[in-house]
Ligand binder design. Structure first.
Ligand SMILES: Nc1ncnc2c1ncn2[C@@H]1O[C@H](COP(=O)(O)OP(=O)(O)OP(=O)(O)O)[C@@H](O)[C@H]1O
Length: 504
């Protein structure tokens, strides 16, 4: 049965049928890692890392090791297995040898929160080898971002800086750029001096999520602009003007081994814990001789030390079960996932009416401003808040130390959602638990959904009935307060809409 299930899910594309199995790799102490720059070793030790995780060792082998970046890499490895450093470290090590500052590595992520997180990782190692990292995520105004990304020429006293006039002198102020698609497109189309001409590494993190939406066609645009430089290079390889433009490896490279491709070519690394196998989606990436790195035999893997539980509850009392469960978990850090931004808001408001709840709860949602979300995240990281209620805003990639529990208040509709939500705990080899609240009619469907992952064991977790009963009276009052709160919020919104339409 197990075997036939695995066979049915055999990868579709031929090169996906012979992957590198990351589970065959061991953690590698830093002092044994071949060719690691001593400055980077020191930076990693400063981060508290003494060895590389298996996926990081496997990627190192294909990049700095014998693989020598010859192939594009597709990395499918469980949540929390350390994929960020797996690509950041080899890229930084390669770029540490660069002679002039140019934008050479671009990392694209689907959300600002994730981009900020990835920038932190690059920021912890890149400056130690003289590289700078920039952000293009729309957190600040475009003018502010341009100031940080583009170096202006030193104009003489009395001469005004004019981007049109000084166009040829504008240079990148960063070697590595971490971006979200929308703001990246703004820079590609409108920022004077912003160029992907020297790009050597393109990382598409959370690939399946990024390929699901077009985001203003960022991917075809990036491929097109980098290709056009390649074509230009192939046509004029002998006649590249060097005056004004310092030589870079990519501009002046010659082909080595790959017909029709300039060398070094643009290397792509694409990653996810649930990497797509859809040939039409993969084709969009225009991968060169791709190599799949994956963990184990099943397509979907949960973290090794994750325990999954189902909590079967009475439909009408679901919030009470949640509260009883939270109470039962003591003050442990916990993320509660709901199915939408609206239910996140409602649930959070409801929880705020339970005065005797011993944990501090906050909402985290795509409806909030970035500054509010960042503040909540900071407080959660620092332990001032113990419970965060979130919709999909926190599902992917978010890395918060010490999250011991994840609760699916609403059952996830897809196995991928389960994997990413559950993966907010049991990260970096730690233990963690994922509870899914289920109404009786959902139990069967949930069981089917879990069959798609390697470890589908999911026993029932019983919340003590005495605990559920003890919260019922407060629940009734809280529901009434919730109704009033929703009504007053609706009328407030209506008032402000009327006011703003009158002002027009
Ligand atoms: N070599 C290492 N030693 C110790 N901790 C590490 C190491 N590499 C990464 N980590 C830690 O492991 C955690 C998970 O890393 P990361 O966020 O890169 O995982 P991921 O595989 O990208 O997960 P997801 O799929 O959820 O995005 C982070 O807290 C990171 O600091």
């Amino acid at each position: 049965m197990e075997e036939s299930r695995k066979r049915r899910r055999a990868p579709v594309l031929p090169w996906m049928r012979s992957p590198v199995d990351v589970s065959q790799f061991e953690e590698c102490p830093l002092h044994l890692l071949p060719c690691l720059d001593t400055r980077l070793k020191a930076a990693l030790e400063n981060m508290g890392f003494s060895s590389l995780f298996p996926v990081q060792v496997a990627v190192w082998q294909e990049t700095i090791g014998p693989g020598a970046f010859e192939r594009d890499l597709c990395i499918n490895s469980p949540t929390g297995s350390g994929k960020t450093l797996a690509y950041a470290l080899p890229i930084v090590q390669m770029l540490s040898k660069r002679a002039v500052k140019r934008l050479r590595a671009l990392v694209v992520l689907p959300t600002r929160d994730l981009a900020l997180q990835v920038k932190e990782v690059f920021g912890a190692i890149a400056p130690d080898v003289g590289l700078s990292v920039g952000l293009a995520i729309g957190q600040s105004s475009i003018a502010q971002e341009i100031l940080e990304l583009i170096k202006r020429p030193n104009t003489e006293a009395g001469i005004c800086y004019d981007p049109e006039y000084h166009f040829n002198e504008l240079q990148s102020a960063v070697d590595i750029l971490v971006a979200t698609p929308g703001r990246l497109m703004d820079h590609i189309t409108s920022t004077k001096g912003f160029t992907l001409e020297h790009l050597r590494y393109l990382v598409v993190d959370e690939t399946d999520r990024l390929l699901r939406e077009a985001y203003q066609s960022w991917l075809p645009t990036v491929l097109k602009v980098t290709h056009s430089y390649d074509e230009d290079l192939m046509n004029h390889v002998d006649s590249i003007p060097t005056f004004g433009f310092p030589k870079t490896m990519r501009r002046c490279g010659v082909e080595r081994g790959f017909k029709g491709k300039p060398y070094p070519r643009l290397v792509k690394m694409v990653l996810s814990a649930t990497l797509t196998q859809d040939p039409s989606k993969i084709a969009q990436l225009d991968l060169h001789h791709p190599l799949l790195l994956t963990t184990g035999k099943m397509r979907y893997q949960l973290p090794e030390k994750l325990e999954s539980y189902k909590v079967i509850c009475d439909s009408k009392l679901k919030p009470v079960y949640l509260i009883a469960l939270l109470q039962n978990l003591g003050g442990e850090k916990c993320i509660v996932f709901t199915s939408s931004v609206e239910s996140t808001h409602r649930l959070c408001t409801l929880l705020s009416f339970f005065d005797d709840l011993k944990v501090k709860v906050k909402e985290f949602s795509g409806l909030q401003r970035q500054s509010v979300r960042s503040k909540t995240l900071k407080a959660f990281r620092e332990g001032e808040i113990q419970v965060v209620v979130s919709s999909d805003a926190m599902t992917r990639g978010m890395d918060v130390e010490g999250v011991r529990n994840v609760i699916n208040y609403d059952m996830p509709a897809y196995v991928k959602t389960y994997i990413h939500r559950a993966g907010r705990t049991a990260r970096a080899g730690q233990t963690g638990r994922c509870f899914t609240l289920l109404r009786k009619h959902e139990v069967k469907r949930f069981g089917k959904l879990l069959q798609k992952v390697d470890n589908d064991s999911c026993p029932v977790y019983s919340v003590p009935s005495s605990c559920v009963e003890s919260f019922q009276a407060t629940y009734i009052t809280a529901l009434e307060k919730l109704k009033e709160a929703v009504e007053s919020e609706t009328s407030r919104k209506l008032d402000s809409r009327i006011k703003s339409s009158r002002g027009k």
